[in-house]
Design a binder for this molecule. Structure first.
Ligand code: ZN
Ligand code: ZN
Length: 355
C-alpha cells in the first residue's frame, strides 16, 4: 500500500471512523493520481473506492491503482450516498473545510443514521512534506518561470502595457511545457507597484518606474511562484535604497530557514529588519506560503504560524515594501527545506536589474 493511502488509514483510525470521503480536487488528485475534474474518494478501514461520472470512467481505470471503481450514477454525490448506505457505514469523516453547508445538509438527509464527522486540513497535512516526485515537478515548474523571466527582460520597455507583458509571459511558459499560469500574472508598474496583488492592466510602462512581476507555471499539477522587481532606466536613490532593504530582508530570512525552525521565526527575521529600517507598516502581508498542488498551501511564513519546518516542505520567501503614490518592491523565491538548511529553487538574478 502506498504511503499516502497509509496516512489516510491513520486518519481513519485516529478519528475512530469507519469511512472517510474526500471531495477536494487537489486531495483526491494527490491520493489517487486521477487528473480529471470530477471525483470523490471513499475510504474504509480496509478498502478504497473511486467515484466519478461516466465521462471519466475510462480515464479512472487508466490513471488510478488500488481503488474499486464504483459503477457511476449521474451525480457523484448520489453514487457516494449509495455507497455509504450500501456498506452500512456509521461514522464517516468528510472535509469540513471543503463542503458547502448545502451539500452537508443534503448528505445528512440522504444518509440517515450515519454520523458525519467534520475534519479540517487532514489530507492537506499529509501534503505539506513533498516527496521526490513532487519535488521534481516543482523544480520543472520553477525552471519554466525562470526561463520566462529571462525571456521577458528583452520585452520590457517604455510604452509596452502590463497586460502585453503578462500575455507574453503566459504564452512563453506554455510553449516551454507549462499546463497553465499558476495564477493571474501580476505586473504592477509605477504607482501600481504599491498594490501587492496588482494584476496586469492596460497601463503602459514609463521610464523611471519600478515594475513588479509576480508569476509562476503549473507543471504536472505543481505550481511555481516567483517575484522580481525591475526598474526602467536608472533607479533613483530611494528606489535603490528600498530595493536593498527588501533584498537584505529576504537574505536574512533565507539564512534562518532550516528544519526545526518555526515559520514565525523566519517571518520575524525579515520583518524585524524591515521594521528597523522604518518600513514595518509598509510590509503588510506574510513573508511566504507553501506551494504544491495549490498555489497557497500551509504552513505559511507568518507571525502567527508556529509550524515547525521539516525537510521536504516547499515554501516562498517574499518580503515587500509598498508605499502609496510611490510604488513598491517585492522579491520572491521558492525554497525547498532540506535536511540541514534550505535550497533556493528559483535561479533568476536578484540584483536590481536596470532595463
Ligand atoms: Zn508570487
Ligand atoms: Zn507567493
Amino acid at each position: 500500500m502506498n504511503q499516502r493511502i497509509e496516512a489516510v488509514r491513520k486518519i481513519i483510525k485516529e478519528n475512530r471512523l469507519d469511512g472517510l470521503f474526500i471531495t477536494k480536487q487537489q486531495n483526491w488528485q494527490y491520493l489517487s493520481g486521477f487528473t480529471g475534474t470530477n471525483a470523490i474518494l471513499l475510504f474504509t478501514p480496509f478498502d478504497n473506492y473511486f467515484i466519478t461520472d461516466f465521462r471519466y470512467l475510462e480515464q479512472a481505470h487508466l490513471e488510478t491503482e488500488g481503488f474499486h471503481i464504483v459503477e457511476p450514477r449521474t451525480l457523484v454525490e448520489d453514487t457516494l450516498v449509495d455507497q455509504v448506505n450500501g456498506l452500512g457505514l456509521t461514522r464517516v469523516g468528510f472535509e469540513g473545510d471543503n463542503l458547502t453547508y448545502t451539500q452537508y445538509v443534503d448528505y445528512k438527509e440522504k444518509t440517515p443514521g450515519v454520523e458525519l464527522v467534520s475534519l479540517n486540513q487532514a489530507v492537506e497535512k499529509i501534503r505539506q512534506v513533498k516527496d521526490d516526485r513532487e519535488i521534481t515537478a516543482l523544480r520543472k515548474a520553477v525552471s519554466i518561470a525562470d526561463m520566462a523571466f529571462d525571456y521577458i527582460l528583452n520585452f520590457i520597455r517604455p510604452g509596452v502595457s502590463e497586460s502585453e507583458i503578462a500575455l507574453e509571459i503566459e504564452h512563453f511558459m506554455k510553449k516551454q511545457g507549462a499546463q497553465k499560469s499558476a495564477f493571474d500574472i501580476i505586473v504592477a508598474s509605477g504607482r501600481r507597484a504599491a498594490l501587492p496583488h496588482g494584476v496586469a492592466t492596460d497601463k503602459e510602462l514609463a521610464a523611471g518606474e519600478l515594475v513588479i512581476l509576480d508569476f509562476g507555471a503549473v507543471f504536472a499539477g505543481y505550481h511555481s511562484d516567483m517575484t522580481r522587481t525591475v526598474v526602467i532606466g536608472k533607479p533613483d536613490p530611494d528606489q535603490k535604497r528600498i530595493y536593498d532593504i527588501v533584498l537584505t530582508a529576504q537574505k536574512r530570512a533565507l539564512d534562518t530557514l532550516k528544519p526545526g525552525i518555526r515559520c514565525s521565526d523566519t517571518d520575524r527575521a525579515a520583518r524585524d529588519f524591515i521594521r528597523a529600517k522604518g518600513y514595518g507598516a509598509n510590509f503588510g502581508h506574510g513573508l511566504g506560503h507553501s506551494v504544491g498542488l495549490e498555489i497557497h498551501e500551509k504552513p505559511a511564513l507568518a507571525p502567527k504560524d508556529d509550524t515547525v519546518l521539516q525537510p521536504g516542505m516547499t515554501i516562498t520567501v517574499e518580503p515587500g515594501i509598498y508605499l502609496s503614490n510611490w510604488g513598491g518592491v517585492r522579491i520572491e523565491d521558492l525554497v525547498l527545506v532540506t535536511g540541514s538548511g534550505c535550497e533556493v529553487l528559483s535561479a533568476s538574478p536578484k540584483e536590481l536589474l536596470v532595463l
